[in-house]
Design a protein around this ligand. Sequence first.
Ligand code: AMP
Length: 391
Amino acid sequence: MTETKPYLCPKQSRMNFSDLGLSAPLLSAIEKAKYESPYPIQVEAIPALLQGKDVLGIAPTGSGKTASYILPILQLFQKKEPAINRIIPVLILVPTRELAVQVAEVANNFSRFLGRKVKTLAVFGGVSINPQMMSIYGTEIMIATPGRLLDLLSKNSMRLSEVEILVVDEADKVLSMGFKEEVDQILAELPKKRQNILFSATMEESVEVLINKLLHNPVKIEIEQDEIAPELITQSAYFVSNEKKGPLLRHLISTGDWKQVLVFTSSIRTADNLVVKLKKNGIEAVAFHGDKSQGARTEALSGFKAGRIRVLVATDLAARGIDIKFLPIVINFELPRSPKDYIHRIGRTGRAGSEGEAISLICEEDLHHFKVIQKKMGRRVEMINAEKLEF
Ligand code: AMP
């Protein structure tokens, strides 16, 4: 099993987008989207994909992986006639609704600058199936969570028998969420000859099984430690009793005059309780977790992004796949179970070259676990004894 290194922010590489084989309309779309130079994963993945090769990317969110496959796919369509049927040529499988929406945003963001627009559709569960079914006609890039895709297939609303490109994004998450069987059912619908792309933050056994099933002589891209700029995230911790975590959090928010804080809890109940307490103390906060409807989650996220909500209290559902530009502060109100999740959580800040701060509230019972996290991460985190502070 390969251990994930903390991935915090890609350094800009020296290559230019114009060195990667992208056409003039794409280069102009990239310029309009204000990407100055390609990230390392893009430098390697874009030429390989343009040559029709399979690609395996061991890279988490934040590496720029989405554009690394979306750009070559959009280029491919510039030479094709628009689709006038329900036969899907590009299928992108993702684990969550949030990632589906995010990938569609990236595709649309570039596509709107192109002479030949490419119809992209995100389909996911938790919302009514009918509008999605009615939008399928003419879709060229379908981004789907596995369960909803199978529902749509069972209603004969499209064909996957001519898929030319398959992307499995965050494959480790797709499998850890229990979608293995669904993925197998989907693969059975696809033609044998196609280009395959797989991204995963980690390489556990189940991912390797899928890789062997899916990829043929892939170009393997792994983001190395020296391509990471961890100095952009300042990590610190407060040693504090469980009962005083809430007051300390409120104290930190007000004294630091923080305007946008993402707080992680390990349970839905703690998240909800914390929101009640913060609101009682005049701090605008909203909970973001699996018990919330899709509508409530979208609203919470957009309110938070727009700065209307000061504190978003989330469970690990939000640790992956959510891209909030320039998020300055992440708080671990409770530690996550695995070091991997800790890295994903703090990776929500310090993105796209901006500076970030990650603070963990550690009580007596967390001490050992926090040591394990630091060891795995290969970094020591300074701890302040909050028991000595007045708040
Ligand atoms: P991703 O790993 O695909 O979620 O991308 C992480 C973030 O980096 C997103 O906000 C992208 O818009 C941004 N991004 C990706 N590639 C570039 C680039 N070459 N230059 C600047 N920003 C980028």
